[in-house]
Write a protein that binds this ligand. Structure first.
Ligand code: AMP
Ligand code: ZN
Length: 120
């Protein structure tokens, strides 16, 4: 994907602060972190979003998730972390190359989402 931002990072055409890479996946720090630990893990092969995956993508997605815990610990979030995969327009996905945000740090990241209505 010639014009894809994250494909350009995979090809080394745009710099990134790499956390880890192997043949299948690349992890790099988010350029605009929301928590002390905030990095992205992407499949190196272009997959637009979680909405477009097929069963053929299952191995790389499993590999990506399996790497998350180890990398989160190494990056300073050993007591847990949150994985966020924004998907499509409703999911507010801004970069159309599938990526998992790994967020954490020494403090809890906070509630998941604001509830629609307060609980009684
Ligand atoms: P999303 O809204 O899930 O598509 O998130 C895209 C994320 O990519 C945002 O958190 C951005 O801060 C991050 N981002 C955008 N450009 C870069 C870049 N060149 N290097 C690292 N992270 C980036
Ligand atoms: Zn891409």
């Amino acid at each position: 994907m010639g014009n894809c931002l994250f494909c350009k990072i995979v090809r080394g055409e745009i710099p990134a602060r790499k956390v880890f890479e192997d043949d299948e996946i690349l992890a790099f720090h988010d350029i605009n972190p929301a928590r002390p630990v905030h990095f992205l893990i992407i499949p190196k092969r272009h997959i637009a979003s979680l909405a477009t995956v097929t069963d053929a993508d299952a191995p790389v997605l499993g590999h990506l998730l399996a790497a998350a815990s180890r990398l989160a610990s190494e990056q300073g979030s050993p007591d847990g972390f949150r994985v966020i995969i924004n998907t499509g327009r409703i999911g507010h996905q801004e970069v159309p190359h599938l990526h998992a945000h790994i967020v954490g740090g020494p403090e809890p990241v906070g509630p998941m989402l604001k509830r629609i209505a307060p609980t009684a």
